[in-house]
Design a protein around this ligand. Structure first.
Ligand code: PGA
Length: 264
């Protein structure tokens, strides 16, 4: 069985006071739910880069740093130098990150992260030994035009073509239909499962073993009310959670449901 991941993407939210309160509640919710008893679930917190060190420090002080790993929300396509405003892969690593999101739909739509840029960002991460979480997903218009699969295929193939199977084995994929992000509209478990199955079949064209082992998360308005039915689907290996990850109670409940899905 593939390992499970629940990642909480804070997006551009939070400040020092938020981190302090969040970590304190996270600790309480985590121990109330006995989550450290459940194996095979990796929890990842994805804070804004500027809050990364505070998350590490507050969580260490509270003794909960071992319960989650850290991811960047984005990474520069360059390694260092005169790139004002950018954060490099080595800086993420230096701030205790083991992961970074790449190609989130907000980056693609608002900040011009095109396919070639995404490939460069993945190269940067891999060169520092960080694991990319590559986000994929179609817009509502693409879905309505019957182009959801071809859109996701082209996003995925541009990366599959650029890397070896060994490099690709470091990736985690996150299917996030753009129309479900922050809208309260989740794909139905069946719709999500169908796309995850399709994504696995595209990966299989590169390598069947890679496809079998590839962790594929679902994202888009995941909350404690819909997570369990998503996690019951064979090809859904966890979630990338946005808004609901800002509430520790809600986020840890989603983590608990992910573990439950494994047992059921
Ligand atoms: P959401 O965001 O859960 O708020 O829809 C998900 C994401 O953008 O990763």
């Amino acid at each position: 069985m593939r390992p499970k991941i629940v990642a909480g993407n804070w997006k551009m939210n939070g400040n020092q006071a938020f981190v302090r309160d969040y970590m304190a509640s996270f600790k309480e919710c985590w121990s109330d739910k006995n989550l450290d008893q459940l194996s095979d679930l990796s929890v990842i917190i994805v804070p804004p880069a500027i809050l990364m060190v505070s998350v590490s420090e507050y969580s260490k002080a509270l003794g909960v740093n071992g319960f989650f790993e850290l991811a960047g929300q984005n990474v520069s396509e360059y390694s260092s130098g005169a790139y004002t405003g950018e954060v490099s892969a080595s800086m993420l690593k230096d701030s205790a990150c083991q992961w970074s999101l790449v190609g989130h739909s907000e980056r693609r739509a608002l900040f011009g992260d095109k396919l070639s840029v995404i490939v460069e960002k993945i190269k940067q991460l891999l060169s520092e030994g960080l694991r990319p979480i590559l986000c994929l997903g179609e817009t509502l218009e693409e879905r309505e035009l019957g182009k959801a699969e071809s859109c996701v295929r082209s996003q995925l193939e541009s990366v599959l073509d650029a890397f070896s199977v060994s490099d690709l084995s470091k990736l985690v994929l996150a299917y996030e239909p753009v129309w479900a992000i922050g809208t309260g509209k989740t794909a139905s478990p069946e719709e999500a499962q169908a796309m995850h199955r399709f994504i696995r079949s595209v990966v299989a064209s590169k390598s069947a073993d890679l496809a079998e082992a590839m962790i594929i998360l679902y994202g888009g308005s995941v909350n404690s009310g819909n997570a369990e039915s998503l996690f019951r689907q064979n090809d859904i290996d966890g979630a990338l959670v946005g808004g609901a990850s800002l509430k520790p109670e809600e986020f840890t409940e989603i983590c608990a449901q992910c573990c439950l899905g494994q047992i059921l």
